[in-house]
Write a new protein. Structure first.
Length: 331
């Protein structure tokens, strides 16, 4: 029996997500089969799960089928909660009825206590709900050939489920690739904004000191003669040692330096692109990367000294959360 696998990798290199290849954990499959004695239906539903959890439902007497299903499903799937059910039926035109004798005896005894025997019709007793029911086929009615056919259809059903999950992954892949590209663009934008931070810190510190110390003695606060003696951008506040100011600016700039965070963000995004192009079950690894991306975005926001950088950091956090939600569907 051929075992379907995830699509092969296209060999995409790091830094590109042109062809993301992922498999979803969501899928559905249904296969019907039968012969002149018996009919059956295999169904499987797959949803998200932290690991591989296979749940089964069978007719009475087919408990041995549980091991067969698990042996067939385990090589095909790595993650997901998969519910597999088998229903046995009689083929069209076939009949099979069972009489609930215990219920019938109880009815007869109860009726005879109150009604003469010759006034009770068999038809009336058999028409009581639950006395006569269509019998469901059981394991006792299966032959070896029936079981072989049922197991063959199990393989077909699992292949259909794998194809369904791969198809859902094919639709999910471009979404994930687009989200990674958006995060990459935001990281580049943050790097451009971060380059302006030392100058912004110095200007902000100068304004704060000027407001605190006031104008220098004997000097107008706002000269109008065009001499340029007023405080310009980057100039030290009156009464402040320029060297000391430069030291403070350097210290604050060092604390606000986000280049390491941006480097790590780029490294994590490189890895995300590699994983998306690998064609392997990478859901858990992507989930871990989301945690690391969010950690760096939090640090970026905490270090930001400009409104622009703060906004970029917040937008990245929202994008990472959207990426994480989609990653929960990846095998």
């Amino acid at each position: 029996m051929t075992t379907p696998t995830t699509p092969p990798s296209t060999g995409a290199s790091a830094g590109t997500v042109a062809t993301p290849i992922v498999v979803s954990m969501t899928g559905f499959a249904r296969v019907e089969g039968g012969n002149d004695r018996l009919a059956w239906i295999w169904e499987a539903r797959s949803v998200n799960g932290r690991g591989l959890d296979i749940r089964t439902r069978y007719p009475q007497g087919l408990d041995a089928m549980d091991g067969i299903v698990r042996s067939a499903a385990t090589p095909r799937f790595r993650r997901g909660t998969i519910t597999v059910s088998l229903t046995l039926r009689r083929p069209e035109g076939a009949t099979g009825y069972a009489v609930n004798e215990a219920l019938l005896d109880q009815l007869v005894k109860s009726v005879l206590k109150r009604t003469p025997y010759d006034t009770v019709s068999v038809e009336s007793l058999l028409s009581v709900r639950g006395v006569v029911e269509q019998a469901d086929p059981s394991a006792a009615e299966m032959t070896g050939d029936d079981q072989a056919e049922i197991e063959a259809d199990l393989g077909r059903m699992l292949e259909t489920l794998a194809a369904s999950r791969a198809g859902e992954g094919g639709r999910l892949g471009p979404v994930l690739g687009g989200q990674v590209s958006d995060l990459r663009a935001q990281t580049r934008e943050a790097a451009t904004t971060a380059d302006m931070q030392p100058a912004h810190i110095q200007e902000k510190l100068n304004r704060a000191l000027a407001d605190l110390l006031g104008p220098a003695p004997g000097r107008d606060n706002a000269p109008t003669d065009g001499s340029g003696e007023g405080q310009g951008e980057g100039a030290a506040a009156p009464g402040v040692n320029p060297e000391r100011l430069a030291q403070e600016v350097a210290l604050l700039a060092s604390k606000a330096d986000v280049r390491e965070e941006l480097d790590r963000l780029n490294a994590h995004l490189d890895q995300a692109e590699e994983l998306l192009a690998s064609g392997q079950p990478v859901g858990r690894q992507l989930d871990f990367l989301c945690q690391e991306l969010n950690r760096e975005a939090n640090t970026l926001c905490s270090k930001a000294s400009t409104v622009a950088l703060t906004r970029i950091g917040m937008a990245m956090k929202a994008g990472i959360e959207q990426f994480r939600e989609q990653v929960q569907n990846v095998e």
